[in-house]
Design a protein around this ligand. Structure first.
Ligand SMILES: *[C@@H]1O[C@H](CO)[C@@H](O)[C@H](O)[C@H]1NC(C)=O
Ligand SMILES: *[C@@H]1O[C@H](CO)[C@@H](O)[C@H](O)[C@H]1NC(C)=O
Ligand SMILES: *[C@@H]1O[C@H](CO)[C@@H](O)[C@H](O)[C@H]1NC(C)=O
Length: 270
């Protein structure tokens, strides 16, 4: 086996890719917002290219023409398409492929807590939705609690049409959940398509968390109130009956005293 046996094939491929004047260049990827016009700069390394132009099914206007480059404006890009910049250099036809991927940024990010009021220990659901977004496979939805990511969702490739993307996360309510708000971040990463990262964040939503203690507390308060009422009533009753008993005792005593005095007065003359 030759010393270059293993590396031979990749090296050959690399040489092919970088070989100057090999006619076709690697296609250029571009991301264009749906319905927006797009400027294309067709350049050539040739000092004096003869025939040149842009091949596309879309409407185009030539904006500027210089010796080595021409700028075009392509209007109303509504779906994925391929364009070709072509020119002839010393009788040799050359072209560059531009692959256009139409995107729809996440303009609206909606967050819902279901339910918004929950008792500690009970489940609740966080739902984030983006009404119209494309391409889906470049989208990441992150559900956040304060700054902490709770759940991240990516998507498989969908149709080219913008469509709704949804991320759902089930959680159990904790006492501290009410301290930080929930939000949802949508990120469309177009870097592999020659674009940027477009991100958008939903409005913050607060979760109202209730202690299950509240019901028990009500029961305890009621029981204590009833016991207190019974205690006070019985003390009052004891007092009233005690007073009456004393009065009756005193009355009996007075009757006995009068009777004794009477008997004494009767007994004296004898
Ligand atoms: C088009 O590309 C050429 C070569 O890179 C550059 O010199 C020129 O300024 C570009 N034109 C526009 C309008 O960007
Ligand atoms: C843009 O393209 C769409 C679909 O191809 C078409 O329905 C619409 O009329 C076009 N708008 C303009 C301003 O050309
Ligand atoms: C949570 O969001 C509400 C509005 O929905 C806001 O008034 C409140 O200050 C936020 N709380 C925190 C801790 O960020």
């Amino acid at each position: 086996m030759s010393p270059f046996g293993f590396w031979g094939l990749p090296a050959a491929l690399l040489a092919l890719l970088y070989c100057p004047g090999s006619g076709e260049k690697a296609p250029e990827q571009v991301a264009v917002k749906r319905g927006e016009p797009y400027k294309v700069n067709c350049t050539s390394s040739c000092p004096h290219p003869q025939i040149r132009g842009l091949e596309t099914t879309l409407n185009k206007v030539e904006l500027q023409k210089h010796a080595q480059w021409t700028e075009y404006l392509v209007s109303n890009v509504s779906q994925d398409t391929v364009m070709y910049c072509h020119f002839t250099c010393s009788g040799k036809q050359m072209s560059k492929t531009i692959s256009v991927r139409v995107f729809h940024p996440p303009e609206q990010v909606l967050l819902e807590l279901q339910p918004a009021r929950v008792t500690v220990g009970r489940p609740f659901t966080i739902v984030c939705s983006v009404p119209a977004v494309a391409p889906l496979e470049k989208l990441t939805l992150t559900l956040l609690h304060g700054k902490k990511p709770l759940h991240t969702q990516t998507f498989g490739s969908g149709k080219d049409d913008p469509q709704e993307a949804t991320a759902t996360h089930n959680a159990t309510a904790h006492k501290e959940d009410g301290h930080h708000n929930f939000s949802c971040r949508a990120e469309l990463d177009l870097r592999s398509l020659g674009g940027d990262i477009i991100s958008s964040v939903s409005e913050a939503r607060a979760l109202q968390v209730y202690e299950p203690m509240q019901d028990n507390q009500m029961v305890i308060i009621t029981v204590v109130s009833v016991l207190l009422f019974l205690f006070v009533t019985s003390v009052l009753l004891c007092f009233i009956f005690g007073q009456q008993w004393h009065q009756r005792q005193r009355r009996t005593y007075r009757v006995q005293e009068a009777w004794r005095t009477l008997r004494r007065t009767w007994a004296q003359p004898t």
